[in-house]
Design a binder for this molecule. Structure first.
Ligand SMILES: Nc1ncnc2c1ncn2[C@@H]1O[C@H](COP(=O)(O)OP(=O)(O)O)[C@@H](O)[C@H]1O
Ligand SMILES: [Mg+2]
Length: 213
């Protein structure tokens, strides 16, 4: 059964850890499953990801940043997500439209209305069926993310957002919680400070109830 599920939360909240484990579970149940991420998910998206997540010698304006995220998303939806859903796959996506509302809206202060409009255009109105939101205190998330990057020295240090002030991350966290409150049927808010295995158990339980795995 095609189903589009997104994983959201601040840096270091546990999205990537949990999405991989969730995919393993679905595959073990014999269900076709695609794991993908934003920004990225396509060759074009990965080029844009490098611009957005790595630090450069030039500044990027808030609106340019928003449009780059949306260009990556448009390519991703058209060439990867929609075809996978149409072929009956379950799609698990690490960040999607809510991240743009949280970061560029609540974080950078771009109007929600403007972001909604661009989200609609970039996705041709595709919406996640369900969204896991990992909620953690931002200090904890940032320290986990920084530790992870120290451990993965061979990978590019994607820390352009990590370098933002604590207040920025706090606005993002509150923004996510606000979005979740507005759509309680779509969002599952999980306390990301819980144990990895304990969180995964709850995620599997939810997936089984939606998909019948
Ligand atoms: N529930 C958890 N408890 C403790 N550490 C965690 C938990 N979830 C993830 N981590 C660790 O925190 C770091 C960041 O997790 P990650 O899944 O990469 O977060 P995100 O993708 O949300 O930035 C990783 O080193 C990971 O092993
Ligand atoms: Mg991640």
């Amino acid at each position: 059964m095609a189903c589009f599920i997104t994983f959201e939360g601040v840096e270091g909240s546990g999205k990537t850890t949990q999405i991989g484990m969730a995919a393993d579970h679905l595959r073990q149940c014999g269900l076709p499953c695609l794991v993908t991420e934003e920004p990225g998910g396509t060759p074009l998206g990965r080029r844009i990801r490098d611009i957005l997540l790595n630090r450069h010698s030039f500044a990027i304006t808030a609106l340019s940043e928003l449009l780059l995220f949306q260009a990556s998303r448009c390519q991703h939806v058209e060439t990867v997500i929609r075809p996978a859903l149409e072929s009956g796959s379950i799609v698990l996506c690490d960040r999607f439209t809510d991240a743009t509302l949280a970061y560029q809206g609540f974080g950078r202060g771009i109007s929600m209305e403007r972001i909604h409009r661009l989200n609609e255009i970039a996705t041709a109105s595709l919406k996640p069926d369900k969204t896991f939101l990992f909620d953690v205190p931002v200090e904890l998330g940032l320290s986990r993310a920084s530790h992870r990057m120290d451990m993965q020295r061979d990978l590019p240090r994607e820390d352009r957002f990590e370098k933002e002030a604590l207040a920025f991350h706090q606005q993002v966290r509150e923004g996510y919680l606000f979005l979740a409150e507005k759509e309680p049927d779509r969002f599952i808010v999980l306390d990301g400070t819980r144990e990895i295995g304990d969180l995964q158990q709850e995620i599997r339980h939810r997936l089984n109830s939606w998909i019948g795995g």
